[in-house]
Design a protein around this ligand. Structure first.
Ligand code: NAG
Ligand code: NAG
Ligand code: NAG
Ligand code: NAG
Ligand code: NAG
Ligand code: NAG
Ligand code: NAG
Ligand code: NAG
Ligand code: NAG
Ligand code: NAG
Length: 468
């Protein structure tokens, strides 16, 4: 940095400096060393890199609100630059949609959301799918978000969990991080703690790599620990969802929370998950799909390998499903997020390999009558599943079910194969529930000859779940 020219931009004039500041904004001062870090200070250095001149922005934390500072840093260094956030805590008080190209954002501490619920419920970036909400969006291409194993995002989710007690998809809960309309993106060594809703989303994007990512949604409210269904109010704290996304890779991902660890929503193609640990929640989900009448959802070319699904601490969200394939029923009842149905589409070429799970209620489930409305029943929908391959799956189930595939009669599941299955039930009553395959075309070489049609629902219910 020797001989580098340092530009200091004063966002808001500190009183001590105001005597020599001739005007309020954009003052360039040549200095040799950093001044004492002051609130709302952005320092820019220009360095000559191998690809030419590069700008490097270093933003100090204000302690109050860092949204203006972040926007300015992105405006100055978000294109062919580097942005450094060295401090432990940067406050996000309003929705941000930031553009990055050929640049890196180094977040050494946490981008911390304010938890003024009323504010966020009426101020967020709309995400049309399921009428959901975004808090922080990055869009662009060839950019990296690097949390250096010490930083990322703190959603301050506890108030959101308390507010959404027993209410799925409550309106206005912003997702902590969205990558949208982007390509060639890397997110690495990055944590998202206490997400308000889904921790992260990749939408309308391609070529995205998440490597060494950690998500943890924990309820510290003892009231939530007494819930009969064991969900601890942590529902909708998904780790990552993909939507209209192509070529997304997730490697070395650790999740604790109360919903899908990883979920593929409509139009997720060429997706690879490798070395994933999920503690509590509802496992790895393909879905939900076919929620919107007349819309075709496509899932294709998915590889999911080396996954551990482990039980959560007893006061957090239990582990419900392991591998969960879920499509809405045939009729349309209500509107999204919790109503809908009647959509179309298919999932094709999915492999699950080297999966370990324990303490799980339903290890492998396929649903075709999904609705989140408790007062309606839908008949099996029109979403089709084919070429699904399960290899080396170890599951210690909590109750009776091991595999429960409930495919639509009008679109049977085709070309499902099972190899090296090590499945152990946790309950010995109703052995007929262990392997249920409704409308699955099984050949003889598919490795699941014990699977049979059944409508029985006689599972154990002593801890209030399942309650279908
Ligand atoms: C989203 O939900 C909110 C709150 O229920 C509602 O006011 C709004 O009309 C909904 N928007 C859409 C597009 O459904
Ligand atoms: C950050 O992640 C990379 C892989 O993306 C890894 O090689 C590196 O060791 C990590 N950094 C630290 C500080 O662990
Ligand atoms: C998929 O994305 C990775 C980066 O994550 C990239 O290296 C690779 O070339 C992409 N594959 C295709 C087919 O575009
Ligand atoms: C999640 O956070 C809680 C509270 O800090 C901690 O007890 C738990 O071990 C964490 N889970 C993982 C998987 O790191
Ligand atoms: C798998 O992920 C865990 C957690 O991120 C990490 O500690 C471990 O080194 C990874 N294993 C491999 C083989 O990369
Ligand atoms: C998914 O892709 C199909 C085919 O391109 C398209 O018709 C459909 O609208 C897309 N679905 C969503 C939810 O974007
Ligand atoms: C199935 O998906 C995998 C994983 O994306 C891919 O490597 C493979 O080429 C696909 N198979 C076919 C026949 O397209
Ligand atoms: C099967 O999966 C387990 C994890 O459940 C893994 O430890 C083991 O190495 C895998 N076996 C083979 C042959 O890959
Ligand atoms: C289900 O309940 C909702 C209110 O929660 C109501 O609007 C709807 O009409 C009910 N549907 C049926 C089929 O009873
Ligand atoms: C079943 O899936 C495998 C792997 O995707 C594929 O090679 C094979 O052709 C499929 N078989 C049928 C009968 O579709």
């Amino acid at each position: 940095m020797l001989n580098a020219i340092v530009f200091l931009i004063i966002l808001r004039a500190a009183p001590v400096l105001s005597s020599w500041i001739p005007s309020a904004s954009n003052i360039f001062v040549e200095v040799a060393t950093w001044l004492e870090p002051t609130n709302n200070l952005l320092a820019i250095t220009e360095v000559n890199g191998p690809e030419g001149r590069t700008r490097r922005c270093r933003l100090m934390a204000s302690g109050v609100d860092d949204t203006d500072g972040l926007e300015l840093a992105v405006a100055k260094c978000g294109s062919r630059g580097i942005i450094d956030l060295p401090h432990p805590r940067y406050i996000i008080s309003r929705p941000l949609d930031l553009r990055l190209e050929h640049s890196t954002l180094n977040v050494h501490g946490f981008l911390t959301f304010t938890d003024d619920l009323d504010y966020w419920k009426s101020n967020h970036i709309a995400f049309p799918f399921q009428n959901q909400s975004l808090g922080l969006v990055f869009h662009g291409h060839h950019f990296t978000l690097d949390g250096h194993n010490t930083g990322g995002i703190d959603g301050q989710g506890q108030k959101w969990y308390d507010d959404a007690r027993r209410e799925g998809n409550k309106y206005g809960r912003p997702m902590s991080l969205a990558i949208s309309h982007s390509h060639d993106v890397v997110i690495k060594n990055w944590s998202i703690i206490q997400p308000q809703f889904w921790a992260s989303l990749v939408a309308w994007s391609r070529n995205v790599l998440l490597k060494n990512v950690y998500v943890n949604a924990t309820s510290y409210n003892p009231e939530s620990w007494e819930e009969p269904d064991g969900k601890s109010w942590l529902q909708n704290t998904d780790g990552l969802d993909t939507y209209n996304a192509d070529n997304v890779t997730v490697e070395n991902f650790v999740y604790q929370g109360g919903d899908d660890c990883l979920a593929l929503k409509a139009n997720s193609t060429a997706i690879t998950f490798r070395n994933i640990t999920c503690v509590g929640g509802t496992g790895i989900a393909i879905g939900s799909l076919a929620q919107y009448p007349g819309v075709t959802d496509i899932i294709e070319d998915v590889w999911i390998e080396d996954v551990k699904l482990l039980p959560a601490p007893s006061n957090q969200c239990a582990l419900f499903q392991g591998l969960l394939l879920k499509a809405w029923g045939a009729e349309t009842h209500g509107t999204p997020p919790n109503g809908g149905g009647g959509g179309l589409g298919y999932a094709h070429n999915i492999t699950f390999k080297d999966i370990y799970m324990e303490g799980i209620i339903r290890p492998i489930v396929l649903q075709s009558t999904l609705t989140y409305l408790s007062n309606v029943t839908l008949s099996p929908g029109n979403f089709e599943w084919s070429d699904l391959h399960f290899r080396n799956i170890t599951a210690m189930s909590k109750y009776n079910r091991l595999i429960w595939l409930d495919c639509p009669a009008q679109h049977p599941c085709r070309n499902f194969t099972f190899r090296d299955m090590h499945l152990i039930p946790g309950a010995t009553d109703h052995p007929e529930l262990r392997y249920v395959c409704n409308n699955v075309v099984l050949g003889g070489k598919d490795g699941l000859n014990e699977c049979h049609p059944s409508d029985s629902m006689l599972e154990r219910r002593e801890d209030g779940w399942p309650h279908e």
